[in-house]
Design a protein around this ligand. Structure first.
Ligand SMILES: Nc1ncnc2c1ncn2[C@@H]1O[C@H](COP(=O)(O)OP(=O)(O)OP(=O)(O)O)[C@@H](O)[C@H]1O
Ligand SMILES: [Mg+2]
Length: 340
């Protein structure tokens, strides 16, 4: 693989002195799905707008397929697609008309534009609603239409700014499927998200961004492995008696591979009752724990094993928690975003 986007020490300062992007460097490989994961205000949209030539950088260097962001903006716009965080569909037009107009905007001849629009509404599952005004669409349908309009130019690189924020799980999954499908056909994808699950599901590699800075970078599985510990929590019958819990902690602490076994009723960030412990390989350890306690005539109930998540990675690097659920609706803006 070779890098299709290279970013070196990129800075974007909004006047007077908001350092929205504060010296980031990374490379996106051709053909991959690259994720930018970060909370509200991290600088994701600012970065994506700079990369798509919509916003002027303050300093640093960016190359997209070898083209310079400023000198070759036109060439860059020709090979990219962009779906902004604010859905940019025209609600007075039908789904078909939205896509058709976008085709015409890209100088695609009328007959080809019709074929293309039909193909794209089908791809995003909107054929049945194609001749309805987009104003009557649900949030998920509008997002799908928006994604379709970003695809009219068959972009080599597709930029998606929070493609599923505010959507229900079903619409979200549908969009994930389209993204994977496009990627399978060879499109390089750069996406931003606030959802660790989304980054985990889609991104081959990702950066975790906070306060305009990259705090961690890598393959999701490797980032999670850096945390280095599975969390095992369980209760035993009769553990309302502190003496029982104390005994359990003593027994499991003696098992090789068990780290930090403790009584949760005494407080802790990750549990409130029973016993918790960490291990590098939790799955191997569970049978050993069950056996050791069984020998002491202690009966386990409610054992859970959790693998580290990207949220844990984020907490480790920033001391803060990422969003884990769908609550925010996309911000509404008073103008339409024109896509390239
Ligand atoms: N046009 C602007 N003028 C001044 N400050 C801005 C502007 N746009 C964004 N900012 C600020 O820059 C920082 C980064 O904002 P940005 O929109 O890039 O974050 P984000 O990661 O996309 O957040 P979200 O997840 O909420 O979309 C924030 O502090 C924001 O308030
Ligand atoms: Mg944003």
């Amino acid at each position: 693989m070779s890098s299709i986007i290279t970013v070196d020490n990129l800075v974007k300062i909004y006047s007077p002195d908001i350092r929205a992007v504060d010296g980031i460097s990374f490379a996106v490989e051709k053909g991959e799905i690259f994720g930018f994961l970060g909370p509200n205000g991290a600088g994701k949209s600012t970065a994506i707008k700079v990369l798509t030539t919509l916003l002027k950088k303050t300093s640093g260097s960016v190359k997209v397929k070898g083209f310079d962001l400023e000198a070759d903006a036109r060439e860059i716009r020709r090979i990219i697609g962009y779906a902004s965080q604010e859905v940019g569909v025209d609600t007075d037009l039908t789904g078909m008309e939205n896509i058709y107009l976008q085709c015409r905007f890209h100088h695609i001849p009328k007959d080809k534009a019709r074929v293309k629009a039909l193909e794209l509404v089908k791809m995003v599952g909107l054929s049945d609603a194609a001749n309805r005004r987009a104003g009557t669409y649900s949030g998920g349908m509008k997002r799908r239409l928006d994604l379709a309009t970003a695809l009219v130019s068959d972009p080599e690189i597709l930029f998606l700014d929070e493609p599923t924020t505010g959507l229900d799980p079903q619409s979200r999954r549908a969009i994930w499927d389209y993204i994977r499908e496009l990627n399978d056909k060879g499109t390089t994808i750069f996406l931003t998200t606030q959802y660790m699950e989304e980054a985990d599901q889609l991104a081959h590699r990702l950066c975790i961004i906070d306060n305009g800075k990259i705090v961690a970078e890598g393959v999701p599985a490797k980032l999670k492995a850096q945390i280095g510990a599975d969390l095992i929590k369980f209760r035993v019958v009769g553990d309302s008696d502190p003496a029982v819990t104390k005994k359990v902690v003593g027994i499991v602490s003696a098992i090789e591979g068990v780290k930090d076994a403790r009584d949760c009723s005494k407080g802790g960030a990750d549990c409130t009752e029973g016993v918790a412990l960490y291990s590098e390989n939790g799955s191997n350890l569970v049978p050993l724990i069950v056996r050791a306690l069984d020998s002491a005539h202690l009966e386990i109930e409610n054992l859970t094993l959790s693998k580290p998540s990207l949220d844990d990675v984020f907490i480790k690097f920033t001391g803060k928690q990422l969003r884990t659920e769908l609550v925010k609706m996309p911000a509404k803006v008073g103008f339409r975003t024109r896509r390239r």
